[in-house]
Design a protein around this ligand. Structure first.
Ligand SMILES: [Mn+2]
Length: 351
């Protein structure tokens, strides 16, 4: 903890950037805010930065709660105004590492995916959320971060929500996560927490859910649903639809997919221990031109994005979608071992 403050002090000659990978989720945002508070206590100013467009509604609600600006990084030039960076809730970000900015700290709960270099590294794959680790830092910090006051209360609420959302509503929480929740409990604002948890679902997300329910095709314990064209900022609705469909009785694995601008985007959700999402996606779609798979995942969850390249120029979006849908459905059926033609499939099982 003091090592983190020392590492921050060693780069106190200008503003820092706190980087969150991918779509910032409540855990990443709360941790970044906690990091910014700790940095402020030693006189270092921070911005929170993310790379793609912010998507999930609950995340936008969370951003409104923060006192720290969240900026979008589009290229290395956007990092020029900072003297150092820190990674929270991730330990791998390729672009900023190329920027030459010194990395002050990496605090994360994901397993390590590459070589790490930072003044301070705390990676604990056994805890459920990075917010748990930052709660410990704040508790042990010399400046009392949780002194009564509205900022402290909002920060505690954000951290509690971060822990809650990364542990499936505490169903997968570790002892450390519960301990952190205990430390946060007396500072949490229940009204704010409730407003974060019961965020209003936008009409577009409901429509995507309806389309997913209508399009769902079931094969044994598998189901898949192509929802058609989706706007980039509704991207998370695809995963949320998969989460919902997975709750249907008898299903173990669900894939939802959509056409988003020039890509075919999909989400995989599974409760089947035999299905490794990252491996499944790699084996189903292979690797892209740069030798990297089209997606990845962790236990139970995965996502993929297949660029359509020049095909995206097809002026008839309906035809383009039909081709994409048939490709995905036939790939899934081949992978799970059912014939594309259902009549044939039934014949084949007859004695
Ligand atoms: Mn996390």
């Amino acid at each position: 903890m003091n090592d983190l403050l020392d590492a921050l002090r060693a780069h106190a000659d200008g503003p820092h950037v706190i980087l969150i990978r991918g779509y910032p989720d409540p855990d990443g945002l709360a941790s970044a805010w906690a990091h910014a508070r700790l940095a402020a206590s030693v006189g270092v100013e921070c911005d929170i930065a993310h790379m793609p467009v912010m998507s999930r509604v609950e995340n936008r609600a969370m951003v409104n709660l923060l006192e720290v600006p969240v900026v979008r990084i589009q290229g290395p030039e956007d990092l020029e105004r900072y003297v150092a960076m820190s990674l929270v809730d991730t330990n791998a970000i390729e672009l900023p590492l190329k920027s030459g900015l010194p990395c002050v700290s990496i605090v994360d709960h994901h397993s390590v995916s590459g070589k790490l270099s930072a003044d301070f590294i705390d990676i604990r794959p056994s805890v459920g959320a990075t917010s748990t680790i930052y709660t410990e830092y704040l508790r042990d910090a010399p400046t009392r971060a949780f002194e009564p006051g509205s900022v402290a209360s909002r920060l505690a609420t954000a951290l509690a929500y971060g822990i809650r959302s990364d542990t499936d509503d505490l169903l997968r929480a570790s002892a450390a996560d519960f301990h952190a929740m205990g430390d946060l409990a007396e500072h949490i604002d229940p009204d704010v927490l409730q407003s974060l948890a019961r965020y209003a679902i936008p009409d577009a997300a409901m429509q995507i859910l309806r389309r997913a329910l209508e399009a769902m095709k079931v094969e044994g314990t598998w189901a898949f649903a192509g929802v058609g064209e989706v706007r980039p900022h509704d991207r998370d609705s695809i995963g949320q639809a998969a989460d919902f469909l997975l709750r249907r009785d008898g299903l173990k694995t669900v894939i939802t997919f959509a056409l988003i601008e020039d890509n075919l985007d999909g989400s995989l959700r599974t409760t089947d221990p035999a299905v490794d999402p990252a491996l499944w996606i790699l084996e189903a779609f292979g690797v892209g031109p740069l030798g990297r798979p089209y997606g990845g995942g962790r236990r139970g969850k995965g996502g993929f994005q297949i660029p359509l390249g020049p095909l995206a120029a097809c002026p008839n979006r309906q035809d383009l979608w039909r081709v994409c849908k048939e490709m995905i459905e036939s790939t899934i059926r081949t992978r799970i071992g059912v014939a594309s033609d259902r009549v044939e499939a039934q014949d084949a099982t007859r004695p």
